[in-house]
Design a protein around this ligand. Structure first.
Ligand code: FEO
Length: 171
């Protein structure tokens, strides 16, 4: 059984994951428009992944005797300066999500809610993985540069990354 405090905090995370999904969708559409199909595919996939994070929380709340609140849809940022801006924005957002998950873990601990504490460990690992992915991508973009053919090579790299990720996840 969830305490009211834990239920409220979990629902705030539901909203955050839903919003992250929307942000990735907007980033994917921007890349698509800029003919960066590899980056677009990676970000469309990530939008789906964030939705899955939201759904996992929703089911957990409902299965634990709480009530999952469907979040409102707020329009995300639609325009970006360049592909570096896209991935840097993604990375900054992931850092905020990580901080929110850490805060949630702390609340579960304070409330002596071992089940939620345990449930959240999956998110802790997932956030670490996502931070690493975006930090590596940003480093690659800095290394290759976005001028001329650099942009083409970045897109190809991200396309390969998206395909590898999909294969690992059995898509
Ligand atoms: Fe589910 Fe990347 O936050």
């Amino acid at each position: 059984m969830l305490s009211k405090k834990v239920e409220k905090a979990l629902n705030e995370q539901v909203a955050m994951e839903g919003s992250a999904s929307n942000h990735y969708l907007a980033m994917a559409c921007w890349c698509d428009r800029e003919a960066l199909s590899g980056c677009a595919q990676f970000l469309f996939d990530h939008a789906e992944e964030e939705r899955m994070h939201m759904m996992k929380l929703i089911h957990y709340i409902n299965d634990s005797g709480g009530f999952a609140v469907t979040p409102a849809i707020k329009q995300p940022q639609l325009e970006f300066e360049d592909v570096f801006d896209v991935f840097d924005t993604a990375y900054q957002n992931e850092l905020k999500v990580s901080a929110a998950i850490d805060n949630l873990v702390e609340i579960a601990d304070q409330e002596k809610d071992k089940q939620t504490y345990q449930f959240l460990q999956w998110y802790v690992d997932e956030q670490h993985e996502e931070e690493v992915t975006y930090r590596n991508l940003i480093d690659r973009i800095k290394l290759i540069g976005i001028e001329g053919r650099g942009l083409y090579f970045i897109d190809k790299e991200v396309e390969t990354l998206a395909a590898t990720k999909a294969a690992n996840e059995g898509k």
